[in-house]
Design a protein around this ligand. Structure first.
Ligand SMILES: CC(C)(COP(=O)(O)OP(=O)(O)OC[C@H]1O[C@@H](n2cnc3c(N)ncnc32)[C@H](O)[C@@H]1OP(=O)(O)O)[C@@H](O)C(=O)NCCC(=O)NCCS
Length: 169
């Protein structure tokens, strides 16, 4: 990680790491699909520990799951202090990619060969991850459509904000 990647605090910009993850996800997905792929969504991006200038960052990726035209790529990011040999895990996240044909339409990807128990675990986890995400999206949409401060002013109790307009307007 070179100094040009640092933020004002001297740590590596989260955006630099995200950009690297996106490229690695693309490489893994397109190699499996044998086509051009696009990023559809990114889940689980949490920067658990800062990455320092001078550290050696490695991104480990695997295609964990395939649907019809989509692929779920898991990425683990580790950063190593090459002088001390200390390695830290900074992030694990999941990129959903979609394979595209030459006309830009989603295209069917090859099935996945599960060669180890680890492969099976990742595949099964991906199915659950997808189910929970759909469930969360549905439930959140449901709650969001019913959120109204005028009817539920108590929702802001204990929150660090002040309502500076007439909520009955
Ligand atoms: C993602 C995209 C291909 C979906 O197109 P679409 O016409 O809606 O296609 P489909 O409904 O057939 O969906 C294709 C696949 O994407 C999946 N998908 C679509 N939206 C998704 C989302 N928000 N999250 C996860 N998967 C999604 C579908 O489940 C489907 O997967 P499957 O074939 O394995 O079952 C299209 O919206 C697109 O091209 N988006 C722009 C992507 C891009 O340019 N990314 C670069 C970063 S800006």
């Amino acid at each position: 990680m070179i100094p040009a990647y640092a933020n004002f605090g001297g740590k590596i910009h989260g955006g630099i790491l995200l950009s690297l993850m996106d490229k690695v996800a693309y490489a893994a997905a397109s190699k499996h699909a044998g086509t051009y792929c696009v990023t559809v969504s990114v889940d689980g991006v949490n920067f658990l520990q800062p990455v320092e200038v001078g550290e050696l960052v490695s991104l480990l990726a695997s295609v964990n799951y395939v649907g019809r035209t989509s692929l779920l790529v898991g990425i683990k990011v580790i950063a190593e202090d090459v002088r001390s040999g200390t390695v830290k895990h900074t992030n694990t996240c999941y990129f959903t990619m979609v394979a595209k044909d030459d006309e830009g339409r989603p295209t069917v990807v090859p099935g996945l060969s599960l060669e180890t128990p680890e492969d099976s675990r990742r595949f099964l986890e991906a199915i659950k991850r997808r189910e929970f995400k759909d469930q969360y999206r549905q439930e959140f949409d449901n709650v969001r459509s019913r959120l109204a401060l005028v009817e539920q002013p108590y929702l802001l109790e204990g929150e660090r904000c002040r309502v500076d307009y007439d909520i009955n307007q």
